[in-house]
Design a protein around this ligand. Structure first.
Ligand code: ADP
Length: 667
C-alpha cells in the first residue's frame, strides 16, 4: 500500500530529524544528568540516615554511662562506707548485702547488663552481680576476686568524679559476644576514692536503638545490613537484612571486618564500588575526649534498594521520552498527511485533466493556499471545458463547411474533367481538321508552286508577268511554310511527333545548315561564322535539331541589319559536361525585354513598325521551343534593343531513350 508519496517521505524525515533526534538526545542527556544527581542525593540521604542511627547509638552509650555514674552515687554505697567505718563486721556484711540487693534490683530493671561489680580501692570485688540478661544472681562471696591488675581498674582509678571509662576489648565467656565495659570511680562523702563501679554488657545491645527503624514494615531498609565494629577492627554487633543470602553475608562481613582503610579512618563516607551493595559508614565516638578509640557503624544496603527510586524515575523518564517520540512521530505523520493529502488530490486532478476529464473537481475545502489553488484549478477546468465545447462546435462547423466546400470542389472537378474531355475532343478535332485542311491545301499549293516555277522559265514573259509570277511563287511558298508549321505544331500538340535519336556530328550538321542559309545571308550582305572549340558527337534527333538551327538562323538573318553578323557558338553548359550550350546571335534589331517570353508563344510576333516589315508566321520560335524541350533541353533569349539578340538553347550530350516527362525534369 502506498501511504506516502515521495514528498511525504521527505517531510516525515524532516519532522523526525527536527523532533525525534533532539528529543532523544535531550531526553537521554537529561536522564543521565538527573540520574546522577538523584543518585548523589540518594547517597546523601543514606549517609544522613546513618548519621541519625549513629546519634541514637551514641545516645544509648551515653545513657548507659549515666546509668553507671548514677549507680556510683547511690546512697546505699554511702551507707555501706559509713557502716564500714563505724560498725562491726556483721553489721558491715548486712550493709553489703543491702547494697548487693540494690545492685540486683538495678540489673533486673535494666536487663542489658551482663555483670555489675563494686570493686574497692584495692581491687577486691565487694559485690558482683552476673546474669544472662534475663536472670541475675550474686556471685558467691568466696568466688569474689581481685581485679587490681585489670586495665579497666587501673584506668578507672585514675579518673575524676563523674568520669567514666568505656572499653570494648573483652569477650563474654558465656555468650561469646563482644562485651562493652563501663567503669566509673566511687568517691565517699569526704572525696576519697573508695573503688570503682564496673558494668559489662553485650555489644549486641548497641544496635537496639536502631534495629527498630530497620525492622519496620514496608521500608526498603529491611534489606539492609548493619555492622558495628571498633576502629581496632573488633566486631561488636550486626544486623542482617532480609533477602540476603548466606554467601552474600559472608562476603559482606568479610569485606567490612577486613578493616578497610576508608571505613576505620574516623571519617564518614560511602563506598559505591562494591558489586551489589552500597556501603555507608560513620564513626561513633564513645568518649568525646578520646579520639583514638571509637566505634564504626557500617550499613550495607543492596544497590537496587538504594537506587530503587532512581531506577523507577529512570524508567518513568524513558517511558516519557518514548511517549514523546511516539507522539512526535504520530504528529509528523498527521502533519505530513495534512499537507500531502491536498497535494495528492491536486496531482489526481492534474492527471484527470491530462486525460481530458475536465468535469473532475478537486476537493480541497481548506482556506489556505492549497485550497485557493484547488479552486483556481477547478475554475480553470470549467473554463477549459467551456473553451473545448466552443472549439468542438467550431471544429464541427468548420468540418461541415469543409465538407460543403469539398463537395463543391468535387462538382467543380467533375465539371472541369468534363470540360477537359470536351477540350481534348475539340483539340483532337482541331488537329484533325488542321491536318486534313493542310493536306488538302498542300496539294493545290504544290501544283501552284510547280506551275509558277515552270511558267517563270518561259522566255516570252513580260516583266510584269514575271513579277506577278514571282509574287505568286513567294506567297505560295510562304503559305506552304505556314501550313507545314501548323501541321508540325498540331502534330506536337497531338503528341504524334516522334523523336528519333541517332549519332550526329554537330559541327558537320551546323556547317550543312550554314550552307543552306548562305544564299539568303549573301542577299543581305550578312557574314555567318561558327565558333566552337569542341566538336562533339551527340545523340540527338537530327531532323529536329536541324529544324531548330534553321529556324533560329533564319530569324537571325531576317531580323539582322544589312551587312550584319550571325554567329553560332557551341560550348559545354555545365561542369559535368552533360549538356551542350548552343548560341545563335545576331547584330540585328534586338528584342525588348518584356517580349522575351511572348515570342515563344504561337502566332506571336512583336508589334512595332520595325518587325512588321518582316515576313513570318509567328510559329517558328514556338516550334523551336517545343523541339528543344522534346530533346531534353531548354531555350531562352538575351538581347539589347537595336544592337544584338542571342538565342541560347541546351541539349543533353548523351541522349537516352527518355520519356517526355524525364526531359521535363531538366527543363
Ligand atoms: P516569324 O515567322 O514572325 O519570324 P517567329 O516565331 O520565328 O515568327 O518569331 C516571332 C517574332 O520574334 C518575330 O516576329 C520577331 O518579332 C521576333 N524575333 C525572332 N527572332 C528575332 C531576332 N533574331 N531578332 C529580332 N527579333 C526576332
Amino acid at each position: 500500500m502506498r501511504i506516502f508519496s515521495r514528498i511525504s517521505h521527505k517531510l516525515i524525515i524532516t519532522f523526525l530529524l527536527i523532533s525525534v533526534i533532539p528529543i532523544t538526545i535531550a531526553g537521554f542527556y537529561s536522564i543521565n544528568l538527573a540520574t546522577q544527581s538523584f543518585e548523589a542525593i540518594t547517597l546523601e540521604n543514606t549517609q544522613f540516615d546513618l548519621f541519625s542511627s549513629a546519634e541514637k547509638i551514641y545516645d544509648f552509650i551515653n545513657y548507659n554511662e549515666s546509668d553507671v555514674i548514677f549507680l556510683s552515687k547511690s546512697p546505699a554505697i554511702r551507707d555501706y562506707f559509713f557502716a564500714k567505718a563505724t560498725h562491726s563486721t556483721s553489721e558491715i556484711e548486712r550493709w553489703r548485702k543491702l547494697l548487693q540487693e540494690h545492685f540486683l534490683i538495678f540489673c533486673e530493671s535494666r536487663e542489658i547488663y551482663e555483670k555489675i561489680a563494686f570493686i574497692d580501692a584495692n581491687g577486691n570485688e565487694i559485690i558482683c552481680i552476673e546474669g544472662d540478661g534475663l536472670s541475675f544472681f550474686n556471685k558467691p562471696y568466696d568466688e569474689l576476686t581481685n581485679v587490681a591488675s585489670q586495665q579497666y581498674f587501673l584506668e578507672t582509678m585514675k579518673l575524676e568524679n563523674d568520669q567514666s571509662y568505656i572499653t570494648v576489648s573483652s569477650t563474654s565467656p558465656t555468650s561469646k559476644t563482644t562485651l562493652v565495659t563501663y567503669a566509673t570511680p566511687v568517691f565517699d562523702t569526704l572525696g576519697n576514692n573508695r573503688g570503682i563501679i564496673m558494668t559489662t554488657m553485650s555489644a549486641e545491645f548497641f544496635l537496639n536503638p536502631v534495629k527498630y527503624s530497620f525492622d519496620l514494615n514496608d521500608t526498603p531498609k529491611k534489606r539492609s545490613s548493619l555492622f558495628l565494629i571498633s576502629n581496632t577492627n573488633v566486631y561488636l554487633a550486626h544486623r542482617v537484612g532480609e533477602d540476603i543470602k548466606t554467601g552474600e553475608i559472608v562476603e559482606i562481613a568479610t569485606f567490612v571486618l577486613s578493616g578497610d582503610k576508608n571505613i576505620i579512618s574516623g571519617e564518614s563516607g560511602t563506598l559505591t564500588d562494591q558489586k551489589n551493595w552500597i556501603i555507608t559508614y560513620t564513626p561513633v565516638f564513645i568518649d568525646p575526649n578520646n579520639k583514638d578509640e571509637f566505634l564504626v557503624l557500617v550499613e550495607v544496603i543492596p544497590r537496587d534498594v538504594v537506587f530503587s527510586n532512581v531506577e523507577s524515575f529512570t524508567n518513568i523518564f524513558i517511558l516519557l521520552i518514548v511517549v514523546a517520540i511516539f507522539v512526535s512521530i504520530i504528529a509528523a505523520i498527521m502533519v505530513t498527511q495534512t499537507i500531502t493529502r491536498p497535494l495528492r488530490e491536486l496531482v489526481r486532478g492534474t492527471r484527470k485533466l491530462a486525460k481530458k476529464d475536465l468535469s473532475y473537481q478537486i476537493n480541497i475545502p481548506s482556506d489556505d493556499e492549497l485550497g485557493f489553488l484547488a479552486r483556481s484549478f477547478n475554475e480553470m477546468g470549467k473554463e477549459l471545458q467551456g473553451s473545448y465545447t466552443i472549439l468542438e462546435d467550431k471544429v464541427k462547423e468548420r468540418t461541415r463547411r469543409l465538407q460543403l466546400a469539398n463537395e463543391r470542389l468535387n462538382a467543380l472537378v467533375q465539371e472541369l474533367r468534363e470540360a477537359n474531355l470536351q477540350t481534348k475532343e475539340a483539340s483532337r478535332l482541331k488537329s484533325q481538321f488542321v491536318s486534313n485542311i493542310s493536306h488538302e491545301l498542300r496539294t493545290p499549293l504544290n501544283a501552284i508552286i510547280g506551275f509558277s516555277d515552270v511558267l517563270l522559265d518561259e522566255e516570252n514573259l513580260t516583266d510584269e508577268q514575271q513579277d506577278y509570277l514571282q509574287t505568286i511563287l513567294k506567297n505560295s511558298e510562304n503559305l506552304l511554310q505556314l501550313i507545314n508549321d501548323m501541321l508540325d505544331l498540331s502534330k506536337i500538340e497531338a503528341n504524334k511527333m516522334e523523336v528519333v535519336y541517332q549519332k550526329v556530328k554537330l559541327d558537320e550538321l551546323i556547317r550543312r545548315v550554314y550552307k543552306l542559309m548562305t544564299p539568303i545571308a549573301k542577299d543581305r550582305n550578312i557574314t555567318m561564322v561558327i565558333e566552337s572549340d569542341i566538336i562533339p558527337e551527340i545523340k540527338v534527333d537530327k531532323t529536329k535539331l536541324r529544324q531548330i538551327l534553321i529556324n533560329l538562323l533564319t530569324n537571325a538573318i531576317k531580323f539582322n541589319k544589312e551587312g550584319g553578323l550571325v554567329k553560332t557558338t557551341v560550348s559545354y553548359y555545365d561542369d559535368n559536361k552533360d549538356y551542350l550550350k548552343i548560341e545563335v546571335s545576331d547584330t540585328g534589331i534586338g528584342i525588348n525585354k518584356k517580349d522575351f517570353e511572348v515570342i515563344f508563344d504561337e502566332f506571336r510576333q512583336i508589334d512595332g513598325t520595325d518587325t512588321r516589315d518582316f515576313e513570318g508566321t509567328g510559329l517558328g520560335l514556338a516550334i523551336t521551343k517545343k523541339y528543344v524541350e522534346m530533346l531534353g533541353g531548354k531555350i531562352w533569349v538575351e538581347s539589347k534593343m537595336n544592337e544584338w539578340s542571342k538565342f541560347v538553347f541546351t541539349l543533353p550530350i548523351s541522349q537516352k531513350e527518355e520519356t517526355n516527362n524525364e526531359k521535363d525534369t531538366h527543363s
